[in-house]
Ligand binder design. Structure first.
Ligand code: 6PG
Length: 467
């Protein structure tokens, strides 16, 4: 993305762009592959800084986190008051607030700028969300305006606000991106599994939708991904991609911040969790082994009250299973030896969530402390399976009656996610690879792959993406 942004800058109005990468080999590759661009390549930071006109402006495109801090440090050692450092990566906005404070204390301008559009956008015109000071934007604004996408004559860049505002808004952009991709993937899954359409036929449906209210880049590229055929097997591309969706963190940050701000972003949170569910094959495989084929949903011979009771019980089992998953993950991350059975034991009395069925959790962990999810314990597997038909009737009745049931609904979707042999996470992986070269794994062979979407659409074996 960094090299494409540099090419974009170099292509405007006789610009000359100084480029530097900690690996000189990469810089050489860029300049030799693009002799048309006016690049001045440097092998050291000192030479790079010396080649810039004043006030100096440097745009950093490196991995968020410690890598960004290291580059800021070496640049700031050479920069002078009034110079501008722009971080164009997907930084955590709280890091950007800190960095802005540190650099402004030295008289330097630090601008955290969210840049969206993936590799192609960086080259042809991205949407840019800069923060930082008004003063820095006076110098930076015209440069960013010259490389941004333009719609109706308006460049897709604005001074979002001070210090971390740009990266904050980019984080939310990515949260919405997660929700959008998840919704499109759910639509695909419905058209495939309920509608019985092939990926190629669904591609045509999306292409048609793309000329109406749903017109968008993500719908457009989804159709491209669905139309793609795997050259090795002749199967639809989406069927050979491993259905475990990856993520780089911005969706998680969006949800964490929304929780802090008290803003309900359930759609974004469900999209983040859907990727997380997809990435736990051990739970999915174990659960599929204990749940049978979907039951017939009888519409007579049951009472509404009893259906509600069963939906409540099944959803409650899911909530406890998820809570214990979180305890297991926390224990692993922080190095605690937490005895799950002992926790269930002490929760049986005194506490607010005390309940009869905690004994069942004690038993489940006594039987097998390493079960991948409580839902595969024979008692709980049977409990949710027995309640399944009622659960489905209640969630659909609620939807038809306009009664919000986010708890019942999301618990049932979680159940269905674990029970599905294939998840549309494969399509999310295809979308991520299309716009951001984020790579994917195949379901039929080891390795990490990338399709040359803007080239001849062949597949190459590659390293996992870190950007
Ligand atoms: C963009 C993208 C870009 C990147 C995301 C993908 O706006 O151009 O959002 O920033 O592709 O980081 O995020 P995940 O890897 O978490 O899906």
């Amino acid at each position: 993305m960094g090299s494409n942004l540099a090419r974009n800058l170099a292509s405007r109005d006789g610009n000359t762009v100084a480029v530097f990468n900690r690996s000189p080999e990469r810089t050489r590759l860029l300049t030799t592959e693009h002799p048309e661009a006016n690049f001045v390549a440097s092998e050291t930071i000192a030479d790079f800084v010396a080649s810039l006109s004043k006030p100096r402006t440097a745009i950093i495109m490196v991995q968020a986190g410690a890598g960004t801090d290291a580059v800021i440090k070496s640049l700031s050692e050479h920069f002078e008051p009034g110079d501008i450092i722009v971080d164009g990566g997907n930084a955590d906005f709280t890091d950007t607030i800190r960095r802005e404070k540190e650099q402004s204390a030295k008289g330097l301008n630090f601008v955290g700028a969210g840049i969206s559009g993936g590799e192609e956008g960086a080259l042809k015109g991205p949407s840019i969300m800069p923060g930082g000071s008004v003063e820095a934007y006076k110098t930076l604004g015209p440069i960013l305006e010259s490389i941004a996408a333009v719609v109706d004559g308006v460049p897709c860049v604005t001074h979002v606000g001070t210090d971390g505002a740009g990266h904050f808004v980019k984080m939310i952009h990515n949260g919405i991106e997660y929700a959008d991709m998840q919704l499109i993937s759910e639509a695909y899954d419905l058209l495939r599994k309920v509608g019985g359409h092939s990926p190629a036929a669904i591609a045509d449906v999306f292409t048609e939708w793309n000329s109406g209210d749903l017109e968008s880049y993500l719908i457009e590229i989804t159709a491209e991904v669905l139309r793609q055929v795997d050259t090795k097997t002749g199967k639809p591309f989406v069927d050979i991609v491993l259905d475990e969706a990856g993520s780089k963190g911005t969706g998680v940050w969006t949800v964490q911040n929304a929780l802090d701000l008290g803003v309900p972003v359930g759609g974004i949170a469900e999209a983040v969790f859907a990727r997380a569910v997809s990435s736990h094959p051990e739970q999915r495989v174990a659960f599929r082994a204990v749940v049978d084929a979907r039951p017939e949903i009888a519409v007579v011979g049951h009472t509404f009250e009893d259906d509600v009771r069963q939906a409540l019980y099944s959803s409650k089992v899911v909530a406890y299973a998820q809570g214990f998953d979180a305890i297991i993950a926390g224990a692993e991350k922080y190095g605690w030896k937490i005895d799950k059975g002992a926790i269930a034991t002490i929760w049986r009395g005194g506490c607010i969530i005390r309940a009869q069925f905690l004994n069942r959790i004690v038993d489940a962990y006594a039987n097998d402390p390493s079960i991948p999810t409580l839902l595969v314990d024979p008692y709980f597997a049977k409990a949710v399976a027995d309640g399944e038909a009622a659960w489905r009737r209640i969630v659909s009745t609620a939807a038809l009656s306009g009664i919000p049931v986010p708890g019942f609904g999301s618990a049932l979707s979680y159940f269905d996610s674990l029970a599905s042999e294939r998840l549309p996470a494969a399509l999310v992986q295809g979308q991520r690879d299309f716009f951001g070269a984020h790579t994917y794994k195949r379901a039929d062979q080891p390795g990490t792959f990338h399709t040359l979407w803007s080239g001849d659409r062949t597949e190459i074996e590659t390293e996992a993406s870190t950007h």
